[in-house]
Design a protein around this ligand. Structure first.
Ligand code: ATP
Length: 227
């Protein structure tokens, strides 16, 4: 008989820069849901937010460095497209390439709450399952549209998400690491170190390329002041 279908995790973001909040969360989901593979998809032109500070090339290079020794992989399709990077286009392409596989779009609860503002958002659940990474402090039960969507598509406890190609929503609790890329950018901009919030090699890359306003003289001035 044919091959058993695969369960593929898809994790999109601007990754400006990638940090341990993303990495730890996505590794836990990959292991705990027994995903066969998980692809990180860096977004080229985010439709909902101000453009990323670092170029697509730098963000992609940082991702490559960060996932080097992990079971995660990178899908560069959004980097290669022009125009706004819509998730619906990404999922349509993946669906075409993997018609028999279970696709699981993994998103943080903050992103999930904003789903109704995404381009053609109602089509997303027809193309993939959605795994919502749950973090302390977020409550999705109150909100109208999202609540309706959840009720309609929630995965029952006796069901396994891998058995569904699309159409199911699972809330999955992860270790909560309160790290955001914006905090890291602000730290660097203000001359502080973001060390231990992201992989050392990514921090080295940022320094080497002077990203997020990092300058050598800035940090030297500061250490002289301390001395
Ligand atoms: P920014 O601070 O610039 O908004 P971010 O750190 O939230 O960036 P994004 O690239 O915008 O990172 O987020 C990509 C995905 O990662 C989203 O689904 C978001 O919910 C999730 N995410 C971001 N930070 C964390 C974290 N600390 N733990 C778990 N998930 C996270």
């Amino acid at each position: 008989m044919g091959n058993r279908h695969q369960t593929i995790g898809i994790f999109g973001g601007t990754f400006d820069p990638i940090h341990f909040g993303h990495l730890r969360a996505i590794l836990e989901v990959t292991e705990q849901l027994h995903l066969n593979e998980t692809r990180l998809i860096p977004c080229k032109n985010p439709p909902h937010r101000i453009p990323p500070l670092a170029t697509g090339e730098h963000r992609l290079n940082m991702l490559k460095i960060a996932i080097k020794h992990s079971p995660l992989s990178i899908d560069e399709q959004e980097m290669q497209r022009t125009g706004p990077s819509y998730s619906v286009d990404t999922l349509r392409k993946l669906k075409k390439e993997h018609p028999n596989d279970s696709l699981c779009m993994i998103i943080g609860v903050d992103a999930f709450l904003g789903l109704p503002s995404w381009h053609k958002w109602e089509e997303l659940i027809q193309l993939a399952n959605i795994v919502v990474m749950y973090r302390a402090g977020w409550d999705i039960s109150e909100t109208g549209t999202i609540n309706t969507l959840l009720k309609k598509h929630v995965l029952n406890p006796q069901e396994n998400i891998a058995d569904f190609k699309c159409g199911k929503i699972l809330q999955h609790k992860i270790t909560s690491l309160n790290i955001s890329a914006s905090t890291i950018r602000t730290l660097i901009q203000e001359g502080h170190s973001p060390q231990f919030l992201l992989p050392d090699e990514v921090w080295e890359y940022i320094q080497e390329h002077g990203l997020y306003g990092y300058t050598k003289s800035h940090s030297r001035t500061q250490s002289t002041e301390i001395l």
